[in-house]
Design a protein around this ligand. Structure first.
Ligand SMILES: [Zn+2]
Length: 293
């Protein structure tokens, strides 16, 4: 009997979800990672996009709408990266907290100094970055400001635990300071790289290296044979240190380029969890910097 009662108690303990202060839905893995880091056990975080997925090519699914329906806060990348699915999710969720203009609608890019801002938007050219480069999660300086904004938002949404969120941000900022020292010790100054996609436009100026060419002729457009041929000629004269690619893209063209030029292919994670050992934002950045080394 005793054993039976113990089993029942254990069963209840295991099946009752932990009661968290704030129910967060994040579009991308890095956003979910930040929310978890700043909210710890006071938040429950659901991430809509899987690390192995290409963030530019996501479609809305019923499970995403269901998650949004129960959310207190929706956190997203912004700069139109989620334009293909997020407006539909917000509308279908019928959750008044997430509507544009409400505090539960949290665009992380509001804290970012955006690079590559186009003077005119022309989607007919296939550009998937119509409002400027959306990949600021590779940028420690921008991520620090996003984290600060996020901690303030959590403190506002869950006033009883406000001090905790702000203390978690302080710890995050301290960790950032330490890690930045290590990352800046990686000798990248003056180096040139070729990249598949425009993922590194924030990282490169922050760490003093350059992206001098792309496999994609325009973000979101796969390379043509003619474009690859041009790149081969260009790489023979510029001698870049590597070809940077993320696991969401086919390695075929990059390996072909590598074979023709002798420049090695370097696979970098594009988001938290996309390669082994990148379970949170810090380890993601560690991996990025270690790969560039
Ligand atoms: Zn992109």
């Amino acid at each position: 009997m005793r054993r039976f009662i113990l089993s029942v108690v254990l069963l209840i303990a295991c099946t009752t979800p932990a009661i968290a202060g704030v129910n967060v839905v994040a579009t991308l893995p890095w956003i979910g990672s930040l929310a978890q880091e700043l909210g710890k056990d006071k938040v429950s975080v659901t991430v809509l996009v899987k690390p192995a997925q290409d963030a530019h090519m996501i479609e809305a699914k019923p499970s995403m709408i269901l998650a949004a329906r129960k959310a207190d806060i929706l956190m997203y990348n912004g700069l139109d990266l989620e334009i293909g699915y997020l407006p539909l999710i917000i509308e279908s969720s019928k959750n008044p907290k997430l509507m544009p203009g409400q505090t539960g609608n949290f665009d992380c890019s509001q804290f970012v100094t955006v690079v590559d801002k186009p003077t005119s938007v022309d989607r007919s050219m296939g550009d998937v970055h119509p409002l400027g480069n959306p990949h600021y999660h590779f940028s420690p300086s921008n991520i620090l400001r996003v984290a600060e904004g996020m901690s303030r938002l959590l403190a506002e949404a869950d006033k009883a635990n406000a001090d905790l969120y702000l203390a978690n941000y302080k710890a995050f900022a301290g960790r950032m300071k330490e890690r930045e020292k290590q990352w800046h010790a990686v000798p990248l100054k003056g180096k040139k790289f070729i990249a598949y996609h425009k993922y590194f436009e924030y990282l490169a100026p922050e760490f003093g290296f350059q992206i001098v060419g792309y496999l994609e002729p325009k973000p979101g457009i796969p390379p043509s044979a003619a474009h690859i041929e041009e790149l081969i000629q260009y790489m023979k004269t510029t001698q870049p240190a590597g070809i940077l690619i993320s696991p969401v893209y086919s390695l075929k063209e990059a390996e072909f380029l590598s074979a023709k030029t002798g420049v090695k292919v370097m696979v970098l994670p594009h988001d938290v969890g996309s390669l082994t050992g990148t379970d949170d934002w810090f380890s993601f950045m560690d991996k990025v910097m270690a790969s560039l080394k």
